[in-house]
Design a protein around this ligand. Structure first.
Ligand code: SAM
Ligand code: DTB
Ligand code: SF4
Length: 324
């Protein structure tokens, strides 16, 4: 290794000093060269024939006070989604047990909250304890957290906290007005400090430029520790949201984002997240080759449809991918 390269590797053996020019250079590589590089990195750190399976459940649906332009659950958009009350602990634990039976190793509970509050948070803590007792990995996506809330989640047995940066700091203001990019970073800091595993990624297809995708991945990779899990979502354009008519990005540009994430964060699980329902099997296979090694399975994501379990079973079998 050259002296210059050596200075770029930090204490954990990984890089946290990516700059825009070098990430754009990765994006600009001929597709085959980028795929080869990403797959080589992937094989050096993971079994390329295994895929981690997570299952989502919306524990509190709709009526969210935040105005995220992509989200069907925001009270600011008329998407026709019914606002529901917080589910009961027993319902959630029963859904997790079923997901475990169907092959999921991690159960991810999402809530349409700006952040957890009052009694609802106490109920959510009980859900985490119940799901953990089934022997599953637990994940929560409850929005912004205080330092104390992150600590309480850890104490309840939470393994992962999902909190996406979603896009570049610059593009963020065009997508959400009710909070700042820095608020998200602050929560990620509390999550990390509480000793929780971090799950953080973003969305491709919200009208962002390639430069924004590069900056989003830089914001993730330049965190003090790489997120353990990096979900890359393809926007599901929801009628009634401001992004309903967004043009679908070039599939190869989506695959490139998976590949660049893999090269930048070699030890992280990269999740091929929302949007698989509209992807061809060939595109999904390219994403797995590029380094994606985790997916959400099950009929539904939080409110939107997911790839069907039957199709997933057949795809994994035909690709020789071992779900775990
Ligand atoms: N309210 C919490 C929050 O915003 O962190 C948790 C739930 S929120 C629905 C979780 C994530 O879902 C968002 O950060 C976003 O990345 C993703 N998401 C929401 N709507 C989406 C859509 N239409 N297409 C793709 N991803 C979406
Ligand atoms: C993530 O990155 N994607 C998931 C999970 N983390 C919480 C959510 C996807 C939501 C897609 C739209 C819906 O189902 O409402
Ligand atoms: Fe609320 Fe989360 Fe949807 Fe934003 S993404 S509107 S915070 S549920």
């Amino acid at each position: 290794m050259t002296a210059q390269a050596a200075t770029r590797i930090s204490g954990d053996g990984l890089r946290h000093d990516w700059d825009v020019a070098e990430v754009e250079a990765l994006y600009a590589m001929p597709f085959m060269d980028l795929m080869f590089q990403a797959h080589t990195v992937h094989r050096a750190h993971f079994d390329a024939n295994r895929v981690q399976i997570s299952r989502l459940l919306s524990i509190k649906t709709g009526g969210c006070p935040e105005d995220c332009s992509y989200c069907p659950q925001s009270a600011h958009h008329a998407t026709g989604l019914e606002k529901e009350k917080l589910l009961a602990v027993e319902e959630v634990v029963a859904a997790a047990a079923k997901a475990k039976e169907e092959g999921a190793s991690r159960f991810c509970m999402g809530a349409a909250w700006r952040g957890p509050k009052g009694d609802d948070f106490q109920v959510a803590l009980a859900m985490i304890e119940g799901v953990k007792a089934l022997g599953m990995q637990t994940c929560a996506s409850f929005g912004l957290l205080s330092r104390e809330q992150a600590r309480q989640l850890k104490e309840a047995g939470l393994d992962y906290y999902n909190h996406n940066l979603d896009t570049s700091p610059e593009h963020y203001e065009e997508i959400i007005s009710t909070r700042k990019f820095q608020d998200r970073l602050d929560t990620l800091g509390h999550v990390q400090d509480a000793g929780l595993h971090v799950c953080s990624g973003g969305i491709v297809g919200m009208g962002e430029k390639q430069n924004d995708r590069a900056k989003m991945l830089i914001a993730l990779a330049n965190l003090p520790k790489h997120p353990d899990s990096v979900p890359i979502n393809l926007l599901i354009p929801i009628p009634g949201t401001p992004l309903a008519e967004m043009e679908r990005p070039d599939p190869f540009d989506f695959v490139r984002t998976i590949a660049v994430a893999r090269v930048m964060m070699p030890h992280s699980y990269v999740r091929l997240s929302a949007g698989r329902e509209g992807m061809s099997e060939e595109m999904q296979a390219l994403c797995f080759f590029a380094g994606a090694n985790s997916v959400f399975c099950g009929e539904k994501l939080l409110t939107a449809r997911n790839a069907s379990p039957g199709q997933d079973k057949s795809l994994f079998a035909r690709l020789g991918l071992q779900p775990e």
